[in-house]
Design a protein around this ligand. Sequence first.
Ligand SMILES: NC(=O)C1=CN([C@@H]2O[C@H](COP(=O)(O)OP(=O)(O)OC[C@H]3O[C@@H](n4cnc5c(N)ncnc54)[C@H](O)[C@@H]3O)[C@@H](O)[C@H]2O)C=CC1
Ligand SMILES: O=C(O)C(=O)COP(=O)(O)O
Length: 652
Amino acid sequence: MPAFKTKSQFKTSEKNFLKVTETAQKRKFIIDFDSTFTQVEGLDELARIALKGAPNQTETVKAIKDLTDQGMSGEISFSEALSKRLALLSANKTHIEELISFLKGKISKSFARNEVFFEHYADDVIILSSGFKDFIVPVAKELGVKEENIYANTFEFDNDGNITGADQSNPLAGNGGKIKLVESLNLDAEIHVIGDGFTDYEIKASGLGHFFYAFTENVARPGVMEKADHVVKSLDEFLWLNHLPRSQSYPKSRIKVLLLENVHQAAVKAFEDEGFDVEFHKGAIGEADLCEMIKGVSIIGIRSKTNITPKVLENADKLIAVGAFCIGTNQIDLEGCTERGIAVFNAPYSNTRSVVELAIGEIIMLIRKIPSNSERMHKGIWNKSAKNAYEIRGKKLGLIGYGHIGMQLSVVAEALGMEVYFYDAVDRMPIGNAIKCKSMEEVFNTVDVVSLHIDGRPENKKLIGKKEFDQMKDGVIFLNLARGFVVEIPALVDALKSGKLAGAGVDVFPKEPRTNDDPFESELMGLENVILSPHVGGSTEEAQEMIGHYVPERLLEYINNGSTTGSVNLPEVQLPLLTDSHRLLHIHKNVPGIMAKINTIFAKHNINVRGQYLKTNETVGYVIVDVAISYTPEFLEELREIPETIKFRKLF
Ligand SMILES: NC(=O)C1=CN([C@@H]2O[C@H](COP(=O)(O)OP(=O)(O)OC[C@H]3O[C@@H](n4cnc5c(N)ncnc54)[C@H](O)[C@@H]3O)[C@@H](O)[C@H]2O)C=CC1
Ligand SMILES: O=C(O)C(=O)COP(=O)(O)O
């Protein structure tokens, strides 16, 4: 679904609503072009294009960029920066054509998504730039800016179409150009100036502008930011601050997303592309630090090693959603999240295949005694022998836990000629030729290889100990790629040392290092025919990339549209896209009478309901109502004040 509304989705009634909120005072919006309307500086890019392939390209482009920065930050005068830059450029008209098509793809993201503002205020938006009309006009017109409202320099060319300089009669070619130009416009309005440079601030400083907004989506210049009335990370923030037509009900650049444990960059991009304020960390974060870091965060993305504990939740003053970029959610206080109306999502299938492949690989390696052979070889010992080395064909594989991973492993193992037996706490239908067992003990008594694929629910703590190992046949291969705490490590060590187990593959541990810089310790270290791996069952490029797309999609659907598809703790609702209405999302305690209270408020305020959806689970109810836009703040307040309300959001 689109993350923001396009012009056509922004219906008349919504525009009318926004009109009402306008102030009586006429406003004009003076907007800078380079690094504000577009993500880049036009002249720098022109230099890059014109000097492509030239021997001195890198140095010249850098020199031009340095001059741009010096001019923008006020270190040297504007006219000095401009004339020096033009002297370094060896550009002509064909380069300008290339630049225009490049710049059309580099319109700042928050500008591109707010076409509705430019359309609505076409008469009041002024582009004021020390750049050049030759490339600014075709780009700014893309969003509906009127050509007559674009003020900028113009190039001068020689007969061959080469740029020779700037039209010096234009006030914008000299120092203080922007001020002179605004003065000449005689604007009788409240002037709002948006830009990233010192010359933009100077309009306000000269007394001609009323407000200056330092725009930092593309470049943040501290010297300019400290002069600003407001620092805005996106145009959305500017529009929100001024109650102007916009595509985001609340600016995403004010919504903090904290991504931990090196989640795939696709996830970072998904949130950044929509303008969220993203913070990324490679490692997991411990409880004490997370209690601080979580403050002000609306969305957190974690993997298996960051614990969202009750204490963390106590500090999560703004948290709306948790994304587990993995399968397991045992690291999250799900109950606490539900009670607080925080939606939790995971990636239930994306790394299944990766775990299965690792399990198959380990079974073959262990049954052939490759780990111990390999270790000896590294010490120079050659010990060629078939003794106690077997094929997996015809061997019996026992699966404890026959969920997504267990089932897929079952299919692949059968394809390799293994017989599969399984036990699951839930009555699961066998796939292929797998044989369902009534207990773990029945599996243990039967099979040659035991592999655990249960989830990490608290009841599974120490599920496998001495008693269970004793129930297994002698010489069994044992795998744990599920969760470390489900196995009693001392009992596993004893079973390996005594020869009860012929080998083991262990990917998960009761205590795992939080980052790659922390040491790993385990009693399993140094044991014969044991494969230890650093919890990499799901760590493949394929799985991580898939997860990096899948989880943000779920989170964004929830944030943007209210859908809870795939949530592991909130009632699942798949909602239609929101058009021509406002959407109210109300999460409440699931107690009798709550819907009556909600409906009474709707009736009292005579609200025109366009769609209503309700789903409950044991703890909470989630009601979504699409309403016509003509409601009052008092109506919203009354809904919010229903005592059973847990969370209330409004989307448009
Ligand atoms: N090593 C790694 O990197 C990875 C580890 N995992 C772990 O694997 C687990 C399983 O993943 P999926 O198969 O996708 O989950 P799933 O939820 O589809 O399957 C788990 C199955 O275990 C069963 N189960 C739970 N406790 C049981 C018990 N005591 N006895 C018998 N059956 C029991 C459940 O009924 C369910 O059918 C995850 O929860 C996660 O902890 C998952 C992905 C990667
Ligand atoms: O998916 C799971 O549950 C896993 O155990 C994988 O965890 P990870 O993403 O590697 O921290």
